[in-house]
Design a protein around this ligand. Structure first.
Ligand code: DOR
Ligand code: ZN
Length: 346
């Protein structure tokens, strides 16, 4: 049995850090293991301009724990008023690594997102020209579409037409949750990647709803049927470089989760690597963990892989994680995979 595993230091290609007290509380949970992360811009108000992104990056850097070497890779929140020149300047200066597309109303703080995709055509054309990737929250928001079908419908109605109209645009399908998402990512020749979260490799929709409603398993896109979880596991552990880790670790304080209308998000930064090692071991794919966490993402984004390494150790007794992180603004519950994990990350 493998007792330790040394891999290049991972990166997180989709992370919510928030701001203020929550930022300070959750940042060490990511910097402990990850060298870089694509930082989501859905703050209130959102990170829309280069100036917003620069100011947010400064706040993240000043919240870093002592001695942490962590590079926040900033994104801009795409609105129908986004200025292509501002985006191009933010990219040219190295400040911004991607632009995030939220269909308006799809998820947390997405009200300023896109309703009419034609209105963002000029920005997308410019991004294709300069090689700046678009990170996509891939769910339609039409009231008549069942929430469990929203990803598959988005691929057909929005994503595929968008990619055909702008074939040179590099696109990341964020946090895919369906077999259709896996197949679509596999069908593309180049310029399309897909992130997969830790929690979608662990839970299906039963975890949210059977035996009582479990708000800490509620996220968006919502977890689907078991067959979809299995398709995601095959994609993540299969060695295909189009798939890479984006945890979508999304902290909300407990009162905002444990309520009549709770927020979407699973907070997984603390135990993501331990859980991933468990999943990859179950799939007899520990040798492919490094690709998923540390190699495929940088290759897609045109960045070098990290040169330092971390060692995961298999322990005899389950690793103990805190059940909650205290933020000062309230407790944030750490994702519970529902089983013991024996892989300790440093
Ligand atoms: O579960 C989610 N939480 N999905 C998202 O798309 C947004 C995120 C958040 O910001 O809380
Ligand atoms: Zn997210």
């Amino acid at each position: 049995m493998t007792v330790s595993l040394t891999i290049r230091r991972p990166d997180d290609w989709h992370l919510h850090l928030r701001d203020g007290a929550v930022l300070r509380a959750v940042l060490p949970e990511s910097t402990r293991h990850f060298a870089r992360a694509i930082i989501m811009p859905n703050l209130v108000p959102p990170v829309v301009t280069a100036a917003d992104a620069g100011a947010y990056r400064d706040r993240i850097l000043s919240a870093l724990p002592d001695g942490a070497a962590f590079e926040p890779l900033m994104t801009l929140y795409l609105t129908e008023d986004t200025d292509p020149d501002d985006v191009a300047a933010a990219h040219a200066s190295g400040l911004v690594r991607a632009v995030k597309l939220y269909p308006a109303g799809a998820t947390t703080n997405s009200a300023s997102g896109v309703r009419d995709f034609d209105k963002v055509r000029p920005v997308l054309e410019r991004m294709a020209e300069i090689g700046l990737p678009l990170c996509v929250h891939g769910e339609v928001t039409d009231a008549e579409i069942d929430i469990f079908d929203r990803e598959a419908v988005f691929i057909d109605r929005v994503l595929d037409p968008l990619r055909r109209a702008t074939p040179d645009l590099h696109v990341v399908m964020e946090h895919i949750t369906t077999a259709q998402g896996v197949q679509y990512a596999q069908s593309a020749e180049a310029g399309l990647g897909a992130t997969i979260t830790t929690h979608h490799l662990v839970i299906n929709r039963n975890h949210i709803l059977v035996g009582g409603i479990r708000p800490h398993y509620y996220c968006l896109p919502v977890a689907k049927r078991e067959e979809h979880r299995l398709a995601l596991r095959a994609a993540a552990t299969g060695g295909d470089s189009r798939f890479f880790l984006g945890t979508d670790s999304a902290p909300h304080v407990d009162p905002l989760k444990e309520t009549a209308c709770g927020c979407a998000g699973c907070f997984t930064a603390t135990n993501t690597l331990s859980i991933l090692a468990h999943v990859f071991e179950e799939e007899a794919a520990l040798d492919r963990l490094e690709g998923f966490t540390s190699l495929h993402g940088p290759a897609f984004y045109g960045l070098p892989a990290n040169t330092d390494r971390i060692t995961l150790t298999r322990t005899d007794t389950p690793v103990v994680f805190p059940a909650k992180i205290d933020s000062g603004d309230g407790a944030i519950t750490v994702f519970d995979p529902g089983y013991p994990v024996f892989w300790q990350a440093p």
